[in-house]
Design a protein around this ligand. Structure first.
Ligand SMILES: [Zn+2]
Length: 428
């Protein structure tokens, strides 16, 4: 790509600053709340009409039969594609269109799209309607400025990332939309910040551990067997052996924040004995020895770890408790797992975005890895496409918070980076 083309591309994005803000506002004003999955069709229709008017072929895909898909809350996705004039590779921008619940503590209308002090406010502003808008503007600016490019530009707006992506990217990936034969580069504009390239994420294993006991009257606990005390022994053993073991494991993945470079384990929940009553229940509890106690664990693991080893550590720990504790019995129910993924530093999409960041921001990018997963997992595992990163405007810490916002300058800069990336990959 020659110098003149860079400047024309950057100018084309800069000229669309007002359009970028307006698009972000319009997307925020469609409350695509998940759960339950509201207005998915509306946001897909809105983007489809816009992109079709700009020369993209559009397809709406409902994830029939996916978790949570119903006629009341259908899981709609949009894929838009623009073809260049010659054969070449396809660059795909993927943004999820769903947003999480509003929660409390807002000082602005969460679906108002208010602009204040150089920011656009609203639920989903940074996670990730601002990023999706930046990608749309970059793609529109590119195809208009460089109509004779080689290959194709795709944009997808997908459902349900916040609840696992099964009605969105996973559904599309299973049906070949991310097959390396049709898509060669994927950029997910999650809010990782305009100077950062996110190469991938750690792995996840969720499981439920249940200890078993025997119910009896609470006044004669010796006639029963308390599952909560058994779980207490599990928790003590975890503190003694498992947490120190995990704290000693450190990754070479550039995970941010720093604390997530170790293996981690969270206990998401603990339940045992009589269920919690509704807040308006005025009676007393009943005296029973709990015969079941459950915890849900959320283990995040590193690319250097094997998932079989991750599971074996927990089994071994429980067996140690069992060996020394009379009457101890347990079960493990596995709930969910995702393997770690990380694009290579010299993958084509990585070097193209890095070059564009250097040009636009005048600095080398930071390469990071996310502590939690996002839709890259499906593109890697189901789509078998490794050449995938997250890159987009916004500050991840603001995601899911009250008064969520995205900076307008940041959106424009990252949109410039995305347009130049298209130039790097599709102009010869
Ligand atoms: Zn997101």
């Amino acid at each position: 790509m020659d110098e003149g083309t860079w400047h024309r591309l950057e100018a084309a994005v800069a000229a669309r600053r007002g359009a970028l803000v307006a698009l972000t506002q319009d997307l925020i004003r469609i409350p695509t709340l998940n759960p339950p999955g509201r207005n998915y069709r509306d946001i897909c229709d809105y983007l489809a009409a816009r992109l079709a008017a700009n020369g993209f072929g559009v397809e709406l895909i409902r994830a029939h039969g996916a978790p949570a898909d119903s006629d009341t809350y259908p899981r709609w996705n949009l894929v838009a594609r623009h073809e260049g004039t010659g054969p070449g590779e396809c660059v795909h921008f993927n943004g999820h269109h769903d947003v999480v619940e509003v929660g409390h503590g807002w000082s602005v209308d969460p679906f108002g799209g208010e602009v204040k002090d150089g920011r656009v406010y609203g639920r989903g502003a940074c996670d990730m309607k601002g990023g999706l808008a930046a990608a749309v503007i970059a793609a529109e600016a590119f195809v208009e400025t460089c109509p004779d490019y080689c290959g194709a530009v795709e944009i997808s707006a997908t459902a349900d990332e916040e609840s696992g992506g099964y009605g969105g990217v996973a559904y599309l990936a299973e049906r070949g939309w991310f097959d390396p034969a049709r898509v060669q580069h994927v950029i997910i504009p999650e809010p990782l910040n305009k100077h950062r390239i996110c190469l991938g994420h750690r792995g996840v294993w969720w499981a439920e551990i249940e200890t078993k006991g025997r119910i009896a009257h609470g006044s004669m606990p010796f006639l029963g067997d308390c599952a909560v005390r058994h779980m207490g022994a599990v928790l003590a053993e975890m503190e003694e052996t498992l947490f120190p073991l995990l704290a000693g494991k450190r990754t070479d993945m550039p995970v941010v924040p720093e604390g997530a470079r170790n293996s981690t384990l969270n206990i998401n929940a603990i339940h045992g004995g009589e269920p919690e009553q509704d807040p308006d229940y005025t009676g007393l509890p009943v005296p029973c020895v709990p015969d079941r106690c459950r915890i849900t664990i959320d283990r995040r693991f590193l690319i250097e770890e094997d998932i079989a080893e991750v599971k074996a550590e927990v089994h071994t720990m429980l067996e140690r408790v069992k060996a020394r504790r009379p009457g101890f019995d347990y079960e493990i129910h596995e709930l969910f797992e995702v393997l770690p993924t990380m694009a290579e530093r010299d993958a084509p999409v990585v070097t193209a975005v890095a070059a564009a960041i250097e040009r636009v921001l005048g600095r080398v990018p930071d390469f990071v890895v996310s502590p939690g997963t996002y839709d890259q997992k499906h593109i890697d595992r189901i789509g078998r496409l490794k050449n995938c990163i997250a890159y987009g405007p916004g500050v991840l810490d603001l995601a899911h918070q009250p008064d969520e916002w995205v900076g307008i300058d940041d959106m424009v800069d990252s949109s410039r980076v995305m347009a130049l990336t298209l130039g790097e990959l599709l102009l010869r």
